[in-house]
Design a binder for this molecule. Sequence first.
Ligand code: SF4
Length: 448
Amino acid sequence: MLSVLDIFRIGVGPSSSHTVGPMRVAVRYRKRLQAKGLDPDRIEMVFRGSLAFTGEGHGTFRAAKLGLLGFEPETIDMAEAEAALTRLNKDDALPCGTQVGITIDYETPTRLHPNEMVMIAWHGDETLDRRTYYSTGGGFIASHAQLSKPAPDDLVGMGDASPNPFGSAEELLGICARTSLSVADVILTNEDAKRPRTDTLDQLDGIAAVMMESVDRGLRADGLLPGSLKVKRRAHGLWKKLNNAPPNEREALFDWLNVYAMAVNEENAAGGQVVTAPTNGAAGIIPAIIRHYCHDEDGTLQVGQTRRFLLTAGGIGLLYKQRASISGAEMGCQGEVGVACSMAAGGLCAIWGGSPEQVASAAEIGMEHNLGLTCDPVGGLVQIPCIERNAIGAVKAANAARLALHAPGQMIVSLDAVIETMRQTGLDMSSKYKETSQGGLAVNVIEC
Ligand code: SF4
């Protein structure tokens, strides 16, 4: 079953569902063909649903080709990948000579998830193999067979030796009350059943390091982002301004959270390395909070605080993944930026000393005020509204944590209730607002 390390995964921009997922599908299919000893003369990749509508802007087809070439999101060397892709594009063939074809299918309805990808291996006119996959958000993928099977249960940690399995926020809070453990400690003891604790902590530290590198790269880089919109990077200029004349206003907090969040999402938009948190489109919120609240004055990362923050935020992310979805194509942006805001609010509340109930309350507030948030990326690029939306989400997360810490008593809206509300709202939402660029800003902003 799921681990917090599944929620935070190192990948490349601009999208976990439309870039990382398709790359993983292609890698998986390549391995399948090798395992079956098949040697097709052509591999056709068919993209349906949201992958068809926004695949071009999200770098989907390019990522899938890279997957067929054997590149994986965690280890990809971008310079090597570019060179290999140029060679492939020259004659549409892999180094072994197998032709690669892309079919963008806007017509066929998707079946189990709006991000559908069909892989077909051909020998002449004969189909050697055919397999349907789904990119289900946050870089997760599943074959048609896997997604057709009903989940055996929805308890996080069930199916392995996890000492504290839970399937809802209510159950999680019950465990905290019974054991006197914090949310972070419950998650960590469950992770202990999967691997030695030192490995978990090392991996969390590695995740935080990649997050901070993406902040730093984004703060340093300047110029235009790739794509037709010609969006100018803003983080670098704002960062210089903040450093030259550190703001002495009450509102300075906004500037710092804004600049860190935008730095990461500009890197994501440029196809750089980021960590899904829980998705690429929403990758800036959690690093912004870590950078602002888990660093000493001299810039040293507070390791203990960062681990507690990530474990708590990751535990909340698991609830959304298990009980609803973290896919923009299923839930709209409430399932991406909304979930990231909720995770960050809960994590921040934890490092500010909040009780498990206050942590859950912060997470609930973080989502409650993102309910109904649509996904309508202009030009199909993960830039407008995505980059600014992460800045707003980071500030909102800090505010949600403060509200929860100062709340007078038990919350009326539970975290479980808001997760279910997000799920139902996502199901009711028109597909125009679910990563298809067919509504909202995507149709009202004129591309120059
Ligand atoms: S609007 Fe939100 S869900 Fe849609 S691509 Fe941008 S960040 Fe992702």
